[in-house]
Each structure stands twice: as C-alpha cells, then as structure tokens.
Design a protein around this ligand. Structure first.
Ligand SMILES: [Zn+2]
Length: 450
C-alpha cells in the first residue's frame, strides 16, 4: 500500500475511535438518584432528619445539589462537586450520601415544603452540560409536640393490676398511649367521643420500679413527643414465693414426652426441664407478645370477666415459683396466671366476648387459646385437652372454647388462665370483680358528656 492509502486507513481509524469515544461520552442516560427507604411524604420534627440518597452514573458523578423549597423561598442544604473532566469523564461512578435536614438551623417555616435533589453527570449531552435527574420529596415540617390533655381524674391502680385513662390529643399521632417504666400501652379512639379523644388500658407490671409513675404520651409523625402525667396512686402489694417439688412421675413421664413434642433433646431430665422452663418459655412469651399487638381498636368485652365454672384456685397470680428435684432447686419462674381445677375434661368457656387470635399448641402452654377483647385486652386459656374454636372466630361470653386437660408443662388436668393488657400480664382477679370493673374501668369508657 502507498503512503497515501496508509494515511486514509489511519484517518478512518482515528475517526472511528473518535466516533466511539463520542458515542460513549455523549450518552443521554440520566443519572440514578433515589432516596433510600420510604419515598412518600417526609415528616420533619424538631430533631434533625437524615435522608440517604443512592447516586450512580456511567459517565461519573459531577454535581449533587439538595435544597428545600418552602413557603418563604428556598434553602440550600448541600452542594457537592465531584472530580472529573470533560475529556475523560468523572472519577466517581456511584456513592451513597446522607443529607441531614435540621429545620432549626435552616430557619425554614413550619408547614409544607419540598426537598429537591438534583444530580448531574459528566456526559457531553446537552452541549457538555450533562444529564440531570431531579427527585422531589414532599416534606411536612412540624417542630411542635402534640397538644395533649388527660381527662381522667385521680386513678387508683394496684401493682400487677390494671387501670384505664381517657385523654385528648389534638393532632394525628404516629403513636400514643400510656408509658409505665419500660412498658407501653397503646391508646385507641374513644367511640363517639370528640375529635382526638382516646382511651388506653394500662397496667403496673409486677416488677415495675417502686416509684414508677404512669404517663400519657403522644408522638406525631414528625417524631415530636409530649408526655403528660395525671394523679395516679399505685397501691403496692407483695407476692408469695412457692416451692414446687417435681416428682419422679413428672420428671420421668411428662418431661421426656413434652421434650419429644418440642424437639428438645437430652438424656438428663433436669437439664431438659431447665431448657423447657427457660428457653421454651421465653419463646412462648415472645409468640404471645406477637399476638397481643394485633388487638382490635374496639372494646368487645362487656362488664366483668368470669372465672371458670365450679373451679377451685390451685395456684395464685404472680407467685414466684422455685422448682425442686430431690431437694435441690433446679429452676424458677413467675406464675403469671391462675390455675383453676375442676373435673377432668371440664368445659372451658370464653371469660368475656371477643375474637380468637390463637388456637393451637404453644410450648409450655400446651393447647392454648387466646381471645382478644379489644383495646389491648386479651385472655389466655392453657393446657386444654381439645380446642373447639379457630383463629378469627367471634366468641360470646361463656361460649365453649374447648375442654380442660394437661397438655404442655402441666402436672395434672387444670386450666391456666391469664389476662394481658398489652404485653403485660395482670391480675385476673380484678377483671373477675364486677364492682372493680364498674369503679375502675367503666368511668373512662363511659359515653362522653354532651
Ligand atoms: Zn398455671
């Protein structure tokens, strides 16, 4: 080939390379820009809020700018320029950026605003201006805690007992109710009440601190929270300690057969019992806590609860049990219910109206039924021989749930009966007493005065 021909070939190659480079550098693909997590409305309160953005582009990131458009104008939140040049593009193809909104330092007014995030790349597109992606997120700025007032007057509540309170919150809440130490009790709309009127059942957990003070709280969607106290007298009480001797029949019969059902292995009956009483019990309580959060927002119970018909109390609520084998203490537990004994296979009836939320074996509780009475109040029936209801059944007071038995961690035929307010076990004796229900619960639930 002649020099001229070589020249033409060279020119064609250079042109092709330039075209290829141009093709690559001229891309019109908009950069990837997305906020992590919830992409709906952003509620920003008094505390700073962080939004995490994922950024990415084949030509490289060039400029990331975030501003807040509000009623009075715009506030610049962040502007980041990324390294690169027009010829070879950007150095950084992707990044994750935390953007913090602090309405206090930005000096933006309360109310609606829009968070505008813009990302530009190093493409030659748009006469070298690059491609730009814009994301807009609606923002609601609210720096004030909800207005909250308690309508209930002086309230008496017993340790390990229940109470009710009525209050009013003048804003939509993300969460509200009663806090007692570490325990939280959800609030529910008061039926037929004024706007924002709410009711909460609460309890003083058996092991709450001696000086514990219940407080009503309300938190809005922006995370602002207010806590309000009201006059509450907590009546102290003590609980008995009971030794329970586990005999050979129980250790050689019940323990291995229950261990078999639960898939717990081991040759040492004491060690197996310890595993059941500690680990299996903890697992079962977790399942119960998962069931109680599903409580309905309407009160389904009517008046006092009923104790099992013709039953004798064989074990008290909240006693501290120490288990002994051959004179040696091997395990402990708090007994959060009443043991009620009647004839073997006695009918077990719903202690009040409600909806069945659990109806199957549950570890140490054996065949177990849990009935939701609404407002976070539930009753639990354990060790049944048979269950006659299924999850979702609406049951009337005294409707049969099954028959008593000795399934689970039970030495003989009896009903283990418990009542929960939220995730806290409470003394059922109160709920069995019509006068107590009338004096302590009914006033907070009574129709609002005109
Ligand atoms: Zn029991």
């Amino acid at each position: 080939m002649t020099a001229r021909a070589w020249g033409i070939v060279g020119l064609v190659v250079v042109l092709l390379l330039a075209a290829a480079a141009f093709w690559v550098r001229w891309e019109t693909e908009p950069p990837v820009l997305a906020a992590q997590g919830e992409t709906g409305e952003l509620f920003v309160g008094a505390k700073p809020t962080t939004v995490t953005f994922d950024l990415g582009d084949g030509s490289g990131l060039r400029l990331f700018a975030v501003r807040l458009r509000h009623a009075d104008g715009e506030a610049v939140i962040t502007t980041t320029e990324y390294p690169g040049d027009a010829l070879t593009g950007g150095r950084i193809p992707y990044e994750t950026v935390d953007v913090t909104l602090d309405p206090a330092t930005l000096g933006v007014p309360q109310g609606d605003a829009v968070l505008v995030a813009e990302l530009t790349d190093w493409s030659w597109s748009g006469l070298l201006a690059g491609n730009t992606t814009t994301v807009e997120i609606p923002v609601s700025i609210d720096r004030e805690a909800p207005k909250l007032s308690v309508s209930s007057g002086l309230t008496y509540v017993q340790r390990a007992g229940s109470g009710a309170v009525r209050y009013r919150v003048l804003e939509a809440t993300a969460d509200d109710g009663v806090r007692v130490g570490d325990a939280t009790f959800r609030g529910y709309p008061f039926p037929g009440g004024a706007e924002g009127e709410r009711i909460a059942l609460f309890a003083i957990p058996r092991d709450a601190a001696p000086d514990v003070t219940p407080k009503v709280f309300a938190r809005d969607r922006a995370g602002n929270e207010r806590e309000v106290g009201w006059p509450v007298r907590v009546q102290e009480r003590s609980f008995t300690r009971i030794p329970i001797r586990l005999g050979a029949n129980f250790m050689e019969g019940k323990v291995p057969s229950l261990a078999g059902e639960l898939g717990i292995e081991g040759d040492d009956a004491v060690a197996v019992f310890q595993t059941i009483n500690r680990d299996e019990r903890a697992r079962n309580e977790e399942a119960i806590r998962a069931a109680v959060v599903k409580s309905g927002a309407t009160a389904l119970f009517d008046g006092a609860f009923t104790q099992m018909r013709n039953s004798a109390v064989t074990s008290q609520f909240a006693e501290h049990r120490t288990y002994y084998v051959d004179g040696k203490s091997v395990s402990e537990a708090i007994h959060y219910g009443y043991d009620l004994a009647s004839v073997s296979g006695a009918p077990i009836e719903a202690s009040n109206a409600g909806v069945v939320v659990h109806a199957e074996p549950l570890g140490i509780y054996g065949n177990c039924v849990i009935v939701d009475h609404g407002l976070g109040l539930m009753s639990l029936y354990a060790h049944l021989r048979e269950i006659d209801v299924k999850v979702g059944d609406r049951v009337a007071k005294a409707q049969r749930l099954g028959r008593s038995g000795a399934t689970g961690l039970a030495g003989g035929d009896h009903l283990h009966f418990a009542i929960l307010v939220g995730a806290t076990y409470v003394d059922p004796k109160e709920w069995w007493d019509p006068k107590w229900v009338r004096d302590r619960i009914a006033p907070a639930m009574a129709a609002a005065l005109p």
